[in-house]
Design a protein around this ligand. Structure first.
Ligand code: PLP
Length: 486
């Protein structure tokens, strides 16, 4: 493909994507395919000779589309979804087109510098303390990680090294292996599984902290666990707080947990992957009070800020804690501006060396929506979630299972887990809307997340109508079955 053909095909591809998104709501949101469906549809080996672009594109429709779960559909209410937008998609195209790999400042000065400024812009939108910003020329700053999981892992590994060094300062004879075997991390029993995964990769013990009646971790619970563990020779070193837990969007009390972590030399990382984006709205910002005690903090603009996957923004108060843990300095990566206060070599802040030009997505989206546009987007979703909550509350067959703070509504049919599992199975089978479940206090619960860029009130009403029609049939069957048995 030469530049002339790329020009033509590129325009066609933009049309293809625009058509796809414009008509997405008419597609079945959840695909009707069986595992292994794809292998039989394409050859078992790569072609020896080049094929035509038309053939490839034809197979997108024939092979790929039937197996796609349409995350951007207004009927998609699962997970905490991807909220991309056209400006973000165009920025991604530009990033691919430039094809730069910005691991050091020298590898691409624009990539490194735009990232630093964008993280400051976003940090200011969130009203983060100045300690976390780069422009103050202090010790802090922001970086784009691929995912929230990587942000948590980076924080845990940095905390591990910091604690090992600290213990060795007072006890130089103690080996690193011995110290690591005694390290203990903490997180909420409601935290995302990526926190436990980080502890496995880091080779440290993790304890799940029980939550209160609002699914929040409270200070006295953590304090008690830390005291118990210290008494048995463990070294508490890391606490991952969650703002907006995955099952039900609960918020740990970071304003009361932070002082404990600071007093005990425990690194506090805050995982606010989804909910953190909403802190750009002043009405939600109080939930972030206490961030001043944190060592690191991350949110995923790709979850709730109209930026496409992948983009996890992470800030640290002392960037040296991160970079010291991962500093590699081979000759081929050195450059003349290394070490200058104005230069950031982000390869020291992340696990991979190579990194895409992801800050372009932030730049395009921030400029084309403005803070007010992003706030309006978030507020609309929260309002739609509240509407769905009212519909659920008004129906005697259903119950709400957790406080609705942002775009997530946790609900269930009053009755057994089996009944709710059967309802979800019907929802998935019909493929009209897509939801995933969670477990709250041992009960099977349905999660309904308003997340689509194009989701409107009518979609919420249609979704609820669909859910109640399916549940009425299920309840009727149950009633008939019980009637027969009696
Ligand atoms: N943390 C929380 C609170 C989440 O809800 C999720 C995913 O939904 C994650 C972490 C994992 O996100 P990622 O895919 O960016 O690692």
């Amino acid at each position: 493909m030469d530049a002339a053909e790329f020009r033509r095909r590129g325009k066609e591809m933009v049309d293809f994507v625009a058509d796809y998104q414009e008509n997405i709501e008419h597609r079945r949101v959840y695909p009707d395919v069986e595992p292994g469906y794809l292998r039989s549809m394409i050859p078992s080996e790569a072609p020896l000779e080049p094929e035509s672009y038309e053939d490839v594109l034809r197979d997108v429709d024939r092979v790929i589309m039937p197996g796609v779960t349409h995350w951007l559909s207004p009927h998609f209410y699962a997970y905490y979804a991807n909220s991309t937008s056209f400006p973000s998609i165009l920025a991604d195209l530009l990033s691919s087109g430039i094809g730069t790999i910005g691991f050091t400042w020298a590898a691409n000065p624009a990539c490194s510098e735009l990232e630093t400024v964008m993280l400051d812009w976003l940090g200011k939108m969130l009203q983060l303390p100045e300690d976390f910003l780069s422009e103050t020329q202090g010790q802090g700053g922001g970086v784009i990680q691929g995912t929230a999981s990587e942000a948590t892992l980076m924080a845990l590994l940095s905390a591990r090294l910091k604690t090992v060094k600290c213990v060795q300062e007072s006890d130089p004879q103690r080996s690193e292996a011995d110290i690591i075997s005694k390290l203990i991390a903490y997180t909420s029993e409601e935290a995302h599984s990526s926190v436990e995964k980080a502890s496995i990769i880091g080779g440290v013990v993790i304890r799940m902290v029980p939550t209160d009646e609002h699914f929040s971790v409270r200070a006295e619970t953590l304090e008690k666990m830390v005291a118990e563990d210290k008494a048995t020779g463990f070294i508490p070193f890391f606490f991952c707080a969650t703002l907006g837990t995955t099952p039900c969007c609960a918020f740990d009390k970071i304003d009361e947990l932070g002082p404990i972590c600071n007093a005990e030399n425990i690194w506090m990382h805050i995982d606010a992957a989804y909910a953190g984006c909403a802190f750009i709205c002043p009405e939600f910002r109080p939930l972030l009070n206490g961030v001043e005690f944190a060592d690191s903090f991350s949110i995923n603009p790709n979850k709730f800020l109209l930026v496409g996957f992948d983009c996890s923004a992470m800030w640290v108060k002392k960037s040296a804690d991160l970079t010291r843990a991962f500093q590699m300095d081979p000759e081929y990566l050195k450059h003349e501006h290394q070490g200058s206060g104005l230069v950031k070599d982000y390869m020291h802040w992340v696990i991979p060396l190579g990194r895409r030009f992801r800050s372009l997505k932030l730049w395009f989206v921030f400029r084309m929506y403005g803070l007010s546009g992003l706030q309006a987007f978030i507020r609309k979703h929260v309002e739609l979630a509240k509407t769905f909550e009212i519909l659920v509350r008004d129906d005697n067959n259903f119950e709400i299972c957790a406080e609705v703070v942002m775009g997530l509504v946790c609900f269930r049919l009053k009755g057994s887990d089996e009944l709710n599992k059967a309802l979800l199975k019907q929802i998935t089978r019909t493929g009209k809307i897509h939801l995933v479940p969670c477990t709250l206090r041992g009960r099977f619960v349905l999660r309904f997340v308003v997340c689509g860029r194009t989701t409107e009130l009518r979609h919420i009403q249609e979704a609820w109508k669909h859910i109640t029609e399916l549940s009425s049939k299920l309840l009727q069957n149950l009633f008939d079955h019980e009637g027969k048995e009696n």
